[in-house]
Write a protein that binds this ligand. Structure first.
Ligand SMILES: [Mn+2]
Length: 405
């Protein structure tokens, strides 16, 4: 079984698709590299950090943080420390993929979970500003709290397309960069933090960045020149054995069970493999993209879609979550998912994607509260299962689009 690479931002389900890389000549690319990694951007960031010397900042990453977000936030924290700024890295959801849990444990990565129920007791008055890394506030539930208390956005660093008109004191948003880790690595290389391979924290942080960079670029297969150059720089400091330990993490039994269910339940139509996996726990949510990663490796299958109802017992919350994986170059996951599921009443799409991968998240509203009755749970699952299949089959099998019920 191939190693899953589903660690990347599957949680960014409603993310706007990343723009395809521009087809600039390599000379202008080099120029951009130089521009990005030196002069105005760096000077501007340095001045911004200096203006906020001795302050405390809240660094917010997406609810289901991936290695790119985790490592980039950590690199930012170390850079900010040089200016006497103390940062707390927080996320509101959970670490789900086993590799992400291993990354955090093995490197002592300083990210903290701020669960939704705990938010009412949080004191944000200790912070003078907040920072968004690898997101623009659309994939974190912490934004409403932050906006309530009117915390100013000091720094925004991301590689997704612009998703609104956020005003940041310093913004570096580069949709052409394949990973935020690439951008942070350029900052390091430009001297915002002098790396030292005798300092264990530096070795661990560069290892995390290498992991982030690899996982956002499908193990460098989709990396551009900038990303390779960043990886080259990191290679001077990172610990390859530590990275290997992170990548060797095994799957939990429950993740294996979800993959088993996806295998059992899959139906293949026109080279699309579609599988509903029933109910699963919030902590195991990442089993869905991992199952999709596996199903897409079957002969004569180019695209896999796996979905299930994820429930969170703490918050009495249920939501349909799904992942798409494709190796068909002409299939745009973002377009496919937007067309299959459409928008909600406020005009928000239920999902989206990037190159080769996509995801969706459909709230189930009134039906969502947990019910102990097994028969009821079964009926509810069947309703969603049929509805989702029907939406997908409209695109997959246009001639014969209705499921016999
Ligand atoms: Mn990223």
């Amino acid at each position: 079984m191939p190693k899953a690479d589903a660690v990347t931002d599957d949680a960014l389900l409603t993310e706007v698709a990343k723009k395809p890389p521009s087809s600039n000549l390599s000379s202008s690319r080099e120029k951009r590299w130089l521009e990005a990694s030196s002069e105005p951007t760096i000077r501007n960031l340095r001045q911004t950090l200096e203006r906020h010397r001795s302050e405390r900042q809240l660094v917010v990453i997406q609810d289901f943080p991936d290695p790119d977000a985790l490592s980039s936030a950590w690199a930012y924290q170390l850079i900010a420390q040089q200016h006497g700024i103390q940062c707390d890295i927080v996320y509101a959801g959970t670490l789900s993929h086993q590799e992400n849990i291993a990354l955090v444990k093995l490197t002592n990565l300083p990210a903290k979970r701020w669960s939704i129920p705990s938010l009412k007791d949080r004191d944000l008055s200790v912070y003078q500003g907040y920072v968004l890394i690898d997101n623009q506030g659309t994939t974190t539930q912490l934004m409403s709290l932050i906006q309530q208390v009117g915390l100013p956005l000091v720094v925004l660093i991301d590689h997704h397309s612009i998703q609104g008109d956020l005003k940041a004191e310093f913004a570096d948003v580069r949709p052409q960069a394949k990973a935020t880790a690439t951008i942070l690595t350029q900052y390091l290389q430009a001297g915002l933090l002098k790396l030292d391979s005798n300092i264990s924290e530096h070795v661990k942080c560069t290892t995390a960045l290498m992991h982030g960079l690899r996982s956002d670029t499908n193990r460098l297969m989709q990396a551009g020149e900038e990303d390779f150059m960043a990886a080259g720089y990191l290679s001077r400091f990172y610990d390859s054995q530590l990275l290997n330990a992170v990548l060797q993490t095994s799957r939990s039994r429950r993740v294996m069970d979800v993959i088993e269910r996806s295998l059992k339940n899959r139906k293949v139509y026109n080279n699309f493999s579609i599988a509903g996996v029933g109910y699963l726990r919030y902590e195991d949510r990442d089993a869905i993209p991992q199952a999709a990663d596996f199903l897409v490796t079957e002969e004569n299958v180019h695209t896999a879609v796996v979905y299930g109802i994820v429930h969170d017992e703490d918050e009495e919350l249920e939501v349909v979550i799904g992942s798409l994986r494709t190796n068909k170059l002409t299939l745009d996951p973002d377009e496919f998912i937007k067309e299959a599921f459409g928008q909600d009443r406020t005009g928000r799409f239920f999902g989206g994607g990037r190159m080769m991968a996509g995801g969706f998240e459909i709230p189930i509203g009134f039906l969502g509260s947990f019910n102990d009755n097994a028969e009821y749970a079964k009926l509810k699952w069947e309703v969603f299962d049929i509805q989702i299949k029907q939406k997908l089959l409209r695109l997959v099998n246009p001639e014969d689009n209705l499921i016999q019920t």
